[in-house]
Design a binder for this molecule. Structure first.
Ligand SMILES: [Zn+2]
Length: 322
């Protein structure tokens, strides 16, 4: 039997898990509801049981699983393996690493969800072969992760890559982080919808509801107010990406999340703004590209993390890591 690891991506509503070979191919996948209100003990207990069932159904003895990687939607203390706070799960101060190792009976490595998704894309997604990848997810909020030479860059308190909270506009809208005018308040899906409503836009049916899909549909129909909303959001995001790129000089910026699915209507003005504000040498050597792995980026990145740990935990480039 070829060696295999388990990758687990824990979201606020669903847990996605898989058994993954060293070359990134998936042997088995499974997902189920997170049900965080049952509390950490029940959630981790169910997780361990479901992982064993998945392995059994795939014809793998759990004893043969080399290790487990997991992404949590949380601020983590990487030194002690604790969840400091997981706002989406409404959990605080949970010794998650010890709980997982006890229940799963395997070496476990954890990181936050943005970081594992970035590692997944850098390893076997849009960033395959890149040396320095910045991964940005534009959805309800804006998240991100940085992968340097095949390894997640975490920073002093494991919060590196939080591009959504780069301060942009001093008198801007309040942000979930308690400050004002962060990039997230100017360019996330939430911001697009808020600005659309402010300009009196409604969904195509005329009902009061407006989604980002509605907004892009209005742009397609030639609505100037909707086009303004997109121009403004891509202006800020393009500047934000250029700031990050001038600092990091990445060879690739990978864009994922719900808003990125709008395609060229969003991507083209964004890339123009990015190239306007990035230093020429930075812009010339940086590709902007849509994410490739979609919903599986987190699960695959978590598996990639488990493989890095299994292979000795030292720096390895994405292409030869696994
Ligand atoms: Zn913020």
């Amino acid at each position: 039997m070829r060696p295999v690891v388990a990758g687990i991506d824990v979201g606020g509503t669903r847990i996605k898990a898989g058994l993954v070979f060293q070359d990134g191919t998936v042997l088995a996948r499974r997902q189920w509801a997170t049900e965080p209100n049952r509390g950490p003990n029940r959630v981790v207990g169910r997780l361990a049981a479901d992982m064993r069932t998945m392995a059994q159904e795939a014809g793998v003895s759990w004893e043969d699983v080399v290790g487990v990687g997991a992404g949590w939607p949380a601020f983590l203390d990487m030194g002690t393996g604790r969840i400091i706070e997981a706002a989406n799960l409404r959990w605080r101060d949970v010794p998650i690493l010890a709980m997982m190792e006890r229940e799963l009976g395997k070496p476990v490595v954890i990181d936050n969800d943005g970081n594992v998704a970035a590692l997944g894309e850098a390893w076997i997604g849009a960033g395959r072969g890149a040396k320095t990848a910045l991964c940005v997810t534009v959805g309800t909020g804006i998240g991100g992760g940085i992968v340097l030479d095949g390894r997640i860059y975490r920073g002093a308190a494991a919060t590196a890559g939080e591009i959504g909270h780069v301060p942009m506009k001093p008198d801007g809208e309040p942000c979930t982080c308690g400050r004002r005018g962060c990039l997230e308040t100017l360019a996330s899906a939430t911001a697009l919808v808020r600005e659309g409503r402010r300009r009196g836009l409604r969904g195509p049916g005329g009902e009061g509801v407006l989604s980002t899909q509605d907004l892009f549909e209005l742009v397609r129909r030639g609505d100037e107010r909707a086009a303004d909303v997109i121009r403004e959001a891509t202006f800020w995001l393009g500047r934000g990406l250029a700031s990050a790129a001038n600092l990091l000089n990445p060879d690739i910026i990978i864009l994922g999340g719900g808003v990125s699915r709008a395609g060229d209507l969003w991507f083209r003005p964004l890339e123009e703004e990015f190239r306007r504000w990035a230093l020429p040498l930075v812009a010339e050597n940086c590709r902007l590209t849509p994410a490739f792995l979609g919903e599986e980026a987190g699960m695959l990145g978590a598996a990639g993390l488990a493989w890095q740990r299994a292979n000795g935990g030292f720096a390895v480039s994405p292409s030869d890591a696994v």
